[in-house]
Write a protein that binds this ligand. Structure first.
Ligand code: NAD
Length: 325
């Protein structure tokens, strides 16, 4: 019998590849993401392990044997999920892998944007150790108010770490019951009320039609002058032009941004003009530990879905309701 064919789109940690190869699948890697190439190469694949390249209907309709796409990550805005639902093709995510890594990235942003780390380092290297009192004021996270927007896997991990710093943790997530939020020692709050009181704001939402421009001019106007905002979720959730203007006019203190409207951002991007923003290249979940976990979890999704459904983590199948007859 022909072996099932699995395409790996993008570079993943070897552990995931080894897992699939040991299961006797025919595994091949693709690093050319041009539509015509993908249409040809993906025609007979049974499964796709997908990093960040886009798979739209135009490409997917050429995949005549496809049964599962397993995302290396939890966001799936790079896949046409409506098409997959219509065709009853499974869509997997790696729900257990990346929350910790992203939550640590958020804390790194908070600390960097609070502690003058870069200017302190610069001062020491310049031989100006004794001029430390000339550095601008810097602050503590202790007892500051943090607003977590979106209290799913990542939001909850961020809350734990904020509690470790004795911060007061507020949560906006209208899809959850207040008592669930309270059971995590957090305070449920409405969006605008939370934006108005928070010293730190961190966003953990999926990108969809309801969350596009979730933070724009009017929301930025609610925030405190000392507010620090961090986005590790998806570009487009904060309106980039509005954020640029708020930072430029010092309406808020600073921002940490891991995700952009267009990735990579254009070299003339407005954010590059600012010195009160810290930018990272969508790598919040790319610690070595996390890359290993994601590659294995994404590979397991494929194997279990195709060969051993009882072992599949059903939390990882985002469109399970569409797969039934
Ligand atoms: P999740 O699905 O576990 O949680 C999302 C939460 O957002 C849910 O609790 C949901 O109720 C809430 N929510 C949805 N719409 C909302 C709205 N309009 N207002 C308020 N709350 C709303 O997702 P997660 O695993 O925590 O991941 C969050 C996002 O982070 C992902 O969608 C992904 O895009 C992004 N992400 C980025 C990276 C990175 O490398 N930067 C890594 C992992 C995930």
């Amino acid at each position: 019998m022909d072996r099932l064919k699995i395409a790996i789109l993008g570079i993943v940690h070897q552990k995931g590849l080894d897992f699939l190869k040991n299961k006797n699948f025919e595994v091949f890697e693709i690093n050319n993401f041009e539509a015509e190439y993908l249409k040809e190469k993906l025609e007979f694949v049974d499964g796709i392990l997908l990093r960040t390249s886009k798979l739209n209907e135009d490409i997917l309709k050429h995949c005549t044997k496809l049964k599962i796409i397993s995302r290396h990550g939890v966001g799936y805005d790079n896949v046409d999920s409506d098409y997959l639902n219509k065709k009853k093709i499974a869509l997997g995510i790696t729900s257990k892998s990346n929350a910790v890594s992203v939550a640590e990235h958020v804390m790194a942003f908070f600390i960097y944007l609070t502690k003058n780390l870069s200017s302190s380092d610069h001062l020491v290297r310049q031989g100006n150790f004794k001029k430390k009192s000339e550095l601008p004021d810097f602050f503590e996270l202790y007892e500051k108010k943090v607003l977590i927007i979106g209290f799913g896997r990542i939001g909850k991990e961020v809350a734990k770490r904020c509690h470790g710093f004795d911060m007061k943790v507020y949560v906006y997530d209208p899809f959850l019951k207040n008592n669930l939020i309270e059971s995590h020692n957090c305070i449920p709050i409405e969006k605008n009320e939370g934006l108005a009181l928070a010293d730190y704001i961190t966003i953990h939402l999926p990108l969809n039609e309801n969350t596009k421009d979730f933070i724009s001019k009017s929301e930025l106007n609610f925030m405190k002058k000392n507010a620090v905002i961090v986005n590790t979720s998806r570009g487009g959730i904060i309106n980039e032009l509005d954020l640029y203007q708020a930072l430029d006019k010092k309406l808020i203190k600073s921002a940490g941004i891991d995700v952009f409207d267009t990735e990579p951002p254009d070299p003339s991007h407005l954010f590059f003009k600012l010195d009160n923003i810290l930018l990272t290249p969508h790598n919040a979940a790319l610690t070595l530990e996390c890359r290993k976990r994601m590659s294995v979890e994404a590979a397991e999704n494929i194997y279990y879905f195709l060969e051993d459904k009882n072992k599949l983590n059903s939390e990882n199948l985002v469109n399970k309701d569409f797969l039934q007859d």
